[in-house]
Design a protein around this ligand. Structure first.
Ligand code: DON
Length: 303
């Protein structure tokens, strides 16, 4: 594959960098992860793939799951979804409360925690067995029945998730959460706890590279919906570092505090990078560096 050599070269180059930043520590179980892990996997829409480093070791995808919960809710609700949340970058940290108060409980976008809680609420209302059906949706994206939640990580976050509790209650006070906050939070902590490796993660996101269809030809999102989800990744995928990621990498992407980043090149590939040390904005330090170098060397980005 054309990309193999570039992935390998850039991996070796970034691997030599001294690890900067810290592993997320506010979720106790995430503290236990080896900070030096580093893996990359690239999957193409013509069904080839290449991985290197710790690309077959599972990690917690955390906020990356917000793209998948948005996709399922968008599929079920269509454009009505935008009555409950916006599509603007927040320019604030992922767990910020400040805008919600002045914006009447309507989160800026689906990728900040506030927005992901509203999406969780929508799924809770729409699905009869939310956890099981959401997991089945995820598994169906790349025909991978091994993907699972991590009860250990979900419980660990639940025990200390005071900010998310505050966010959910604040949104509820404005009438933009229909279900009991405890149930919404339980669903949300579980979806954040999903564990996959880089290969599985890049395969999960191929449907977005492929205009909303899985490689087996099943339509997950309409073409315009897939475009909009990618547009949100481009503008909101990295919270108050979204401009920086767009500027340096030039692809729609999404990060998680587990140290994962997934990025999509429309009609070409999805790529997943995992390195747990986070910069001060909560995004993987080496993950950002790797993708910046990768799109520079491959001379392919959407801009
Ligand atoms: O709600 C939280 O704080 C975490 N479950 C997810 C945060 C996250 O991954 C932000 N990403 N960069």
């Amino acid at each position: 594959m054309y990309f193999d050599e570039i992935v390998k070269d850039v991996f070796q180059e970034i691997n030599l960098l001294e690890g900067r930043g810290e592993v997320a520590s506010y979720i106790p179980e995430l503290r236990k992860v080896d900070p030096e892990k580093f893996g990359v996997y690239l999957s193409t829409i013509d069904n080839s793939g290449f991985g290197i480093g710790d690309c077959y070791e599972a990690f917690s995808i955390q906020s990356i799951a917000k793209v998948l919960s948005l996709s399922l809710a968008y599929r079920m609700l269509g454009e009505k979804i935008w009555e409950r949340l916006g599509v603007e970058p927040s320019g604030t940290a992922f767990n910020s409360l400040v805008q919600l108060e002045v914006e009447n409980g309507i989160p800026r976008n689906p990728f900040i925690n506030a927005g992901a809680l509203v999406i969780s609420d929508i799924l809770l209302t729409k699905l009869d067995h939310p956890k099981e059906e959401f997991l089945a949706f995820i598994r169906s994206l790349s025909n991978n029945s091994k993907i699972n939640y991590s009860p250990r990580i979900a419980t660990s976050e639940k025990n200390v998730g005071y900010r998310n509790v505050a966010l959910c209650n604040l949104i509820k006070s404005f009438g933009n959460i229909e279900n009991e906050p405890a149930d919404v939070l339980d669903f949300y902590f579980n979806l954040c706890s999903l564990e996959v490796n880089c290969q599985e993660l890049s395969n999960l996101f191929l449907f977005l590279a492929n205009d909303g269809c899985t490689l087996s030809g099943r339509r997950v999102l309409g073409q315009s919906q897939a475009k909009r989800v990618k547009a949100l990744m481009q503008t909101c995928g990295f919270y108050d570092e979204s401009g920086e990621f767009s500027f340096k990498v030039g692809l729609p992407g999404k990060s998680g505090v587990g140290g994962g980043i997934v990025a999509v090149h429309p009609k070409q590939y999805a790529i997943a990078v995992w390195s747990p040390r986070l910069n001060h904005k909560g995004n993987s330090y080496k993950g950002m560096k790797f993708l910046e170098e990768f799109t520079t060397k491959s001379q392919l980005s959407i801009f």
